[in-house]
Write a protein that binds this ligand. Structure first.
Ligand SMILES: NC(=O)c1ccc[n+]([C@@H]2O[C@H](COP(=O)([O-])OP(=O)(O)OC[C@H]3O[C@@H](n4cnc5c(N)ncnc54)[C@H](OP(=O)(O)O)[C@@H]3O)[C@@H](O)[C@H]2O)c1
Length: 280
């Protein structure tokens, strides 16, 4: 189906968090990742993040923490319609009937009437993509999700997904940080109007010890992790760093008050390699 223009970020200084428009969705440029956050810690980090100004939370059926994410959301006192909540359906549930059950089960655990974004967590080559995309679109039509998208889809799969979809796909969530060259998948997603969410955006902590990122950070009064996140958002990529520490919630959020120079962006880009994945 026809898609809108490539996503472009709007950076408003007076807003608590800037956002990106993609195929009809308005997605906050920074969110809290929650993989590996469990129980009380998960609920507390979600609550703290929202109180700090985060307006986007990323979870998944597979993380086993949707109940706690919902608790944190309610404890924050922030109105439901001000927060962008993403969840995902795991790759073993991509048959239509399983997909629908999983998505509705996520709503029950979160205690929400809908999520803002529902993603296919990982592709599964043993199940026809057409069937899964059909189920995904049905979830949008039935109001389970306001928007739908994909995750871990490469350039070819993005094209295939768009071809099968009757609803706009708004987002592709992929591993993305300075060490991994994802240029091709990002370009293919943007070409179809899907925004890209960078998961593992601080390379699971590796950014912290990076000599180049630290040096550039010193020039801006920022940490290496902040430079890493800034590098991504400056390319209109949404970032969802995970942390279990309050001080890092603040640190990761403070990336909209400085700008990297073109030469600095270029130096950081040179860290990337096609084999730089740390996840798969
Ligand atoms: N779609 C998918 O298949 C997929 C796959 C992986 C992840 N994700 C999503 O993306 C989110 C983020 O990815 P991730 O958790 O893999 O990796 P990440 O956010 O890059 O890194 C998280 C790790 O980095 C540390 N960290 C966070 N902020 C830091 C900072 N400012 N300085 C130094 N260390 C810092 C955290 O430790 P502390 O907790 O001790 O701060 C944690 O160990 C996940 O939580 C999940 O929501 C999606």
């Amino acid at each position: 189906m026809a898609m809108g223009p490539a996503p472009a970020a709007r950076h408003f200084v007076n807003m608590s968090t800037p956002f990106i428009d993609s195929n009809g969705a308005r997605i906050p440029l920074i969110g809290l990742g929650t993989w590996d956050l469990r129980g009380r810690t998960c609920a507390r980090m979600v609550e703290e993040a929202l109180k700090l100004g985060y307006r986007h939370i990323d979870t998944a059926a597979m993380y086993g923490n949707e109940q706690e994410v919902g608790e944190g959301l309610r404890a924050s006192g922030i109105k439901r319609d001000e927060v962008f909540v993403t969840t995902k359906v795991w790759s073993s549930n991509l048959r239509a009937v399983d997909f629908e059950r999983s998505a509705r089960d996520s709503l029950k655990k979160l205690k929400l009437s809908s999520v803002d974004l529902l993603l296919i967590h990982w592709p599964n080559s043993s199940i026809p993509l057409k069937e899964t995309i059909g189920a995904l679109c049905k979830m949008k039509r039935e109001g389970v999700a306001r928007h739908v998208g994909v995750s871990n889809f490469d350039a070819g799969l993005v094209e295939e997904a768009v071809k099968h979809s009757t609803e706009p796909l708004v987002n592709n969530q992929i591993e993305c940080h300075p060490y991994f060259d994802q240029t091709k998948t990002i370009a293919a997603s943007h070409k179809r109007g899907l925004s890209v969410t960078a998961y593992s955006p601080v390379a699971r902590g590796r950014a912290q010890g990076d000599v180049l990122l630290t040096r550039i950070g010193e020039a801006h009064g920022k940490s290496a992790a902040q430079v890493c996140l800034r590098y991504l958002v400056q390319q209109d990529l949404i970032v969802i760093p995970k942390t279990s520490r309050s001080e890092r919630l603040r640190e990761n959020f403070a990336i909209f008050d400085f700008k990297l120079a073109p030469a600095e962006m270029k130096q950081i880009a040179a860290l990337a390699s096609l084999h730089g994945s740390i996840v798969s």
